[in-house]
Design a binder for this molecule. Structure first.
Ligand code: HSE
Length: 347
């Protein structure tokens, strides 16, 4: 049987874009053997690293080595160079546009325009970009539905740990009454490091070096990233209509090392907790610093790990934990979404 080919255009080749390339390279043989699928990346476009489009497919190892040695994708030996992200979206031939540019929770840009344009052109979209999904979930979903294409965004919450598919598909038919958890890897990493004696600044630098933090890390430490994730859960899981700006928000910048260490002496742990709940027919959300007993399930979640508890009508409490940030980890979410699109539309 000839191999099925799904052509992917990657917009944004930062930590997550490269993480997706690495996750795909690791799993490529399995995709061929188990799913008879060749996931072919035909275009990559990035503001910093340049762009290349080759309809015959790109050698991802080569693209990675060019960028990781500080070169430009324009040095790739074949294909069309110099297309902007929007030109790539409009002019390249592909099936799925993968949008992985940095998050902006005020405007959603440039991701919002990229996603709307790809949907307008009838292309499936996968994104890990929290800006567009937290700000325009309903509009984008309507656009995708009108055109009969998929819009998937598993990696926007808890990176590759599959919580959105669990909440939206796995718990299908149940009523999710409340979701709460640790939704920012950087902040949880910083709090854990502070407990071990590191300063806030040192821990943040380490989180940046490891590729956990946002391009602008104030998004993490001031709680915007967790607020965007809470808004995504509120809208896409619980039917709410809210923006990150509607989430009651507290970051971790006011937390001192003394406070973190003292909490442990008192049998507690300082955690940055997001909550989304139903009340009087409406959905509300908050992110705040909380001191939880050491015996609380969220207190056992340390480092870059995240965790989420969903309280539902039919199941009671469901607890999920796993990586909350990281290139390959978030790249895995992209891979699972692209595969879901393949299963739904191409088999
Ligand atoms: N900066 C985010 C975090 C990345 O630390 O959780 C994953 O969304």
């Amino acid at each position: 049987m000839p191999m099925n080919v799904l052509r992917v255009a990657v917009i944004g080749f930062g930590v997550v874009g490269r993480g997706f390339a690495k996750a795909l390279l690791r799993r490529r043989r399995t995709l061929a053997e188990e799913f008879n699928l060749n996931l072919e990346v035909v275009a990559i476009s990035d503001l910093k690293w340049g762009s290349v489009y080759d309809e015959d497919g790109l050698d991802l190892e080569r693209c990675l080595s060019i960028v990781e040695s500080g070169g430009s994708l324009e040095d790739y030996p074949s294909g069309v160079k110099g297309l902007s992200s929007l030109e790539t979206i409009r002019e390249a031939e592909y099936d799925v546009m993968v949008e992985l540019t940095p998050t902006n929770v005020e405007t959603g840009e440039p991701g919002l325009t990229h996603i709307a344009e790809a949907l307008r052109m009838g292309r499936h979209v996968v994104t890990t970009n929290k800006g567009p999904i937290s700000l325009a979930y309903w509009d984008l979903t309507e656009m995708a539905e009108e055109r009969g294409v998929s819009l998937r965004f598993e990696g926007t919450v808890m990176s590759g740990t599959p919580v959105l598919s669990l909440l939206r598909e796995g718990l299908g038919g149940d009523l999710v009454e409340e979701v709460y958890g640790i939704l920012n890897g950087t902040n949880n990493f910083i709090l854990t490091q502070m407990e071990a004696g590191k300063s806030f600044e040192e821990a943040l630098r380490e989180a940046q070096r490891l590729g956990y933090a946002e391009a602008d890390p104030t998004m993490d430490v001031e709680g915007w990233d967790a607020a965007a994730k809470a808004a995504i859960i509120a809208n896409a899981v619980m039917g709410g209509r809210m923006k990150p700006q509607d989430v009651r928000r507290e970051g971790i910048t006011g937390v001192t090392s003394e406070e973190v260490v003292k909490a442990v002496r008192e049998g507690k742990r300082v955690k940055h907790v997001a909550r989304v709940w139903r009340e009087g027919g409406r959905v509300y959300a908050s992110v705040a610093v909380e001191k939880l007993p050491l015996s609380h399930p969220l207190s056992t979640v340390t480092g870059v790990k995240n965790a989420l508890v969903a309280r539902t009508e039919n199941l009671g409490e469901v607890f999920v934990t796993g990586p909350g940030a990281g290139g390959v980890e978030t790249g895995q979410a992209v891979l699972s979404d692209v595969l879901a699109i393949y299963r739904l539309h191409y088999r």
